[in-house]
Design a protein around this ligand. Structure first.
Ligand SMILES: Cc1cc2nc3c(=O)[nH]c(=O)nc-3n(C[C@H](O)[C@H](O)[C@H](O)COP(=O)(O)OP(=O)(O)OC[C@H]3O[C@@H](n4cnc5c(N)ncnc54)[C@H](O)[C@@H]3O)c2cc1C
Ligand code: SF4
Length: 801
């Protein structure tokens, strides 16, 4: 069997290998990749940096795929030499591997401009998953981040860092942003929008030096000016990795030169991806690379025929919420061309179309890219658009099914992954793909920027008789977005009130499902610095008490750690007698519940108790149940009581997606049932176990071990990390036991206690910020933003009617 060696486990190499496997040709395949990860979708690194996707969500082929296809995968091995005569490749680890056919798919590396002291701590590039993780480690709210490069990659980096809360400045050498994709007007629309969103854009500046003693403290520009920086990302372009091509004696210019059949100057060595140069062009986007891969797969398997004839380049991206699309010609003054354009500065919309001889030759869209795939299709097909001239800037509305019906089979549906309508139809008709997820899985369509999703759905609707939409769990009909998307929208669009979200993304009204959920999300995203709309909260939160079935209320004062005092007990007894409380009950949470209070008496009861609200009515921190521990118990090995009290003090008065009950016990006998609490601390000899996701209510679940730590402070910190992570990541009304099961404890660990220092600090800082703005609900006028929140009895009557 012929031995095929692939160097480069990236998108182009593996995309080509997938095509090779479709041909009837058996190779003994070995893949070398110097990254330690399997094949992943590099396009989505920006989403990982922006916290929208997890690393495992961007995997394209898991290890099982390699196993199933008998591919010998060698990860973390860099190939350093190619011997074209002996037909061997040599790895950095000393391994020598023979080949009959060699495929070079080594991609590119970031271009590092000549800048003095560029190797300082805090300088990053943005190319790989490791780079992204390193960036996420350092990106914290308030960190001054400078991105050198105002091209596609630089702006993607800026977006991610901004979402992470950094103060971002983009420094670009040229006078306009994205000068390869946008004209001057389009670029100025983009720059204005970025400025509005808080990103500083500095144009026409050449960076000459990185300032700082050992680590980045600033950057200096030609001419002497400088700005401070704690984190620097260099995204100034890419350079094809051609070194192995040179060593193999191939013809190399900027990239490894290939012909229309993707052959290099050596008949047994092939190349694909960003490392190659075809027709004088080195492509830097995925779609052309995948097109190249299809041609190469035919050539290498002896089915030589299809030729690669270059690709009309198109870029589509969303920068800080601004949609941008560019394809084909971007210049205004090209011989024989005419330009039609539309601008609306208030809406931030700019459209420019370039035409020549009745055909569309270029399109730039900023602010509204809904018609981008139709323009791209016109561009790629070169069809006569004269009949459409009058409507060209505002194409007649078509639904996705009509739009897709008009397209020829060779038309590209997914621009990112280069997937045609014909390929999707083949997946549906011949491979049985009948849902969007299956189309994604089989063809990769819609796994890039996602803008072709509607077209894919249209195709499914047209071709699958009993097609039903994939179940997308949206919050509710008023704001039809998944909760994860809404959190991202609130963050990236800087929305601080429920009404803003409803007006921009919803029906403007909202309902009792979405309003409390949005209230919660906005509170958590902005750590309490938001416009509180009490009417959007659940009724219990509005009246700070739990309505009982007879219309009276239950009052549960806070007793931290289940500990009280004679003075408190005396006051409780006096209040109970004075207001004729029909029942005083010891709850399962080690507190006293005064049941049957009339609503008109509530404010007086709270005032006379002189205790904080136990918030027994809210989606928030309830209590920490403790055992007596070392204080009195002869088995106690840890001080559970004061640890529990401290835990309660640190987390009380904070809202959570669903109620949070905690427990702390002084030894594994577990008298306060910490292992069935949302968060539990279990004392051990010389250590604490921190457990999460337990339950003993309608659901019963033993909590998972999060971590074992030595000191009480470490245990409290682990609990706080999980607590904030749950607040930020769980869906509203999702209890910790569902959340931990859904996400998996491994991931919870990775993203809390085993996360980088920056991530951990970020979680704790955001928690501290929320805590600083929290207040005891029974303290009249305690919320400085809303002094009248404490309703008069009359107002409460209205609310509770
Ligand atoms: C953050 C980011 C966002 C992007 N966004 C978009 C987008 O929106 N749309 C779009 O179309 N494109 C986008 N791109 C570009 C796109 O990801 C690339 O064009 C594409 O991944 C290139 O594929 P490739 O296989 O040629 O190279 P790579 O994906 O770089 O793969 C090459 C692999 O080979 C490995 N390698 C190199 N040399 C050796 C060696 N000697 N031995 C062993 N292994 C080696 C490399 O480590 C790498 O893993 C983006 C890129 C980045 C970094
Ligand atoms: S859990 Fe252990 S320390 Fe706590 S009361 Fe029970 S036996 Fe004592």
């Amino acid at each position: 069997m012929e031995k095929l060696v692939l160097i480069g486990n990236g998108m182009a190499g593996i995309g080509c290998l997938e095509q090779i496997l479709r041909h009837d040709h058996n190779f003994d395949i070995t893949v070398f990749g110097d990254e330690t990860h399997g094949n992943y979708n590099r396009i989505m690194l920006s989403s990982v940096l922006a916290g929208e996707k997890k690393a495992e969500e961007i995997v394209l082929n898991d290890l099982d795929w390699y196993r199933r296809n008998n591919i010998d995968l060698r990860l973390g091995v860099r190939i350093t030499d190619v011997d074209p005569v002996e037909k061997t490749v040599t790895g950095e680890n000393g391994s020598v591997t023979r080949f009959d056919k060699l495929l070079l798919a080594t991609g590119s590396q970031p271009l590092i401009p000549s800048i003095e002291d560029v190797k300082k701590d805090g300088v990053f590039v943005f190319r790989s998953l490791d780079d992204t993780r390193a960036l996420l480690d350092r990106a914290r709210p308030g960190v001054k981040a400078v991105v050198i490069g105002g091209g596609l990659l630089g702006l993607e980096a800026a977006r991610g860092l901004t979402v992470q809360g950094c103060e971002v400045t983009v420094v670009h050498l040229m006078e306009t942003l994205m000068e390869r994709q946008l004209d001057v007007t389009g670029a100025s629309y983009l720059a204005t929008k970025m400025n509005e969103m808080g990103v500083t854009v500095l144009l026409g500046l050449s960076t000459t030096a990185v300032l700082g003693n050992g680590k980045v403290e600033g950057v200096q520009f030609k001419g002497g000016g400088s700005i401070p920086a704690e984190l620097l990302v260099i995204a100034a372009g890419i350079v094809p990795n051609v070194e192995l091509g040179r060593k193999a004696g191939l013809e190399v210019k900027r990239g490894i030169v290939v012909n229309d059949y993707m052959e290099t100057s050596n008949p047994d060595i092939f190349a694909v991806g960003e490392c190659v140069q075809h027709g004088g062009i080195c492509y830097g986007l995925v779609a052309p690379l995948l097109e190249q891969g299809k041609v190469l797969a035919a050539t290498i398997t002896g089915n030589k025929g299809p030729m690669y004839q270059g690709t009309v380049l198109a870029s589509k991206l969303k920068i800080m919420g601004v949609d941008v699309f560019s394809a084909g010609e971007i210049k205004d003054k090209v011989d024989g061309s005419e330009v039609v354009r539309y601008e609306d500065p208030s809406l931030g919309i700019y459209k420019k179309l370039t035409l020549k001889d009745g055909k569309l030759t270029g399109a730039i869209l900023v602010g509204d890219t809904t018609e981008s795939s139709r323009y791209l299709e016109m561009l790629r097909s070169g069809k006569d658009i004269t009949p459409l001239r009058k409507q060209l800037l505002f194409l007649p509305q078509e639904n996705s099914a009509e739009q897709v019906a008009e397209m020829p089979d060779c038309a590209t549906v997914c621009g990112c992954m280069g997937v045609s309508k014909g390929t999707i139809l083949e997946a549906i008709r011949e491979k049985g793909a009948c849902s969007l997820a299956e189309v994604k899985e089989t063809t990769r369509a819609s796994t890039g920027c996602g803008s072709c999703t509607e077209l894919c759905r249209g195709l499914l609707k047209a071709a699958v008789p009993d097609y039903r939409e994939d179940a997308v769990k949206v919050l509710c009909a008023c704001v039809p977005f998944a909760q994860e998307q809404l959190r991202e929208i609130i963050r990236s669009q800087r929305l601080r009130s429920v009404q803003d979200v409803l007006e921009i993304y919803g029906d403007g009204m909202g309902c009792e499902v979405c309003k409390p959920a949005l209230s919660y999300m906005i509170d958590v995203v902005w750590c309490g610095e938001h416009d509180e709309d009490r009417s959007a909260r659940f009724i219990n939160d509005r009246v700070h008490a739990n309505i009982q079935k007879d219309g009276t209320f239950s009052v549960v004062p806070r007793m931290r750690g289940g500990v009280t005092s004679p003075a408190e007990l005396r006051r409780i007894a006096e209040v109970a007698e004075k207001y004729n409380v029909p029942m005083v009950k010891v709850t399962g949470s080690q507190r006293l519940d005064l049941l049957g209070i009339k609503k008109s008496d509530l404010p007086k009861v709270w005032a006379e108790l002189g205790m904080a609200s136990g918030q027994a009515y809210t989606k928030g921190v309830r209590m920490v149940k403790t055992c007596v521990g070392t204080d009195f118990c002869r088995f106690g090995v840890q001080d559970s009581t004061s640890t529990g009290i401290e835990l309660e003090r640190r987390l009380e008065n904070l809202y959570t997606p669903a109620k949070v009950k905690m427990g702390v016990v002084g030894c594994p006998r577990n008298c306060a049932e910490a292992t069935v609490k949302d968060i539990g601390l279990v004392g051990q000899e010389g250590s604490w176990q921190v457990v999460v996701g337990g339950a003993a209510g309608k659901s019963v679940r033993k909590a998972d071990l999060l971590v074992t730590v030595e000191t009480t402070e470490e245990a409290l910190e682990a609990a706080m990390l999980f607590f904030q992570y749950y607040r930020e990541q769980a869906n509203f009304l999702e209890r910790t036991y569902d959340f931990v099961e859904r996400v998996g404890i491994e991931q919870v660990r990775r993203e809390t206690i085993y996360a980088g220092e920056g991530v951990r600090r970020g979680l704790l800082e955001r928690l501290a910020k929320s805590k600083a703005l929290s207040y005891d609900a029974w303290q009249e006028g305690a919320d400085p933003r809303n002094p009248t929140q404490f309703v008069s009895i009359q107002a409460m009557e209205e609310v509770t009617q």
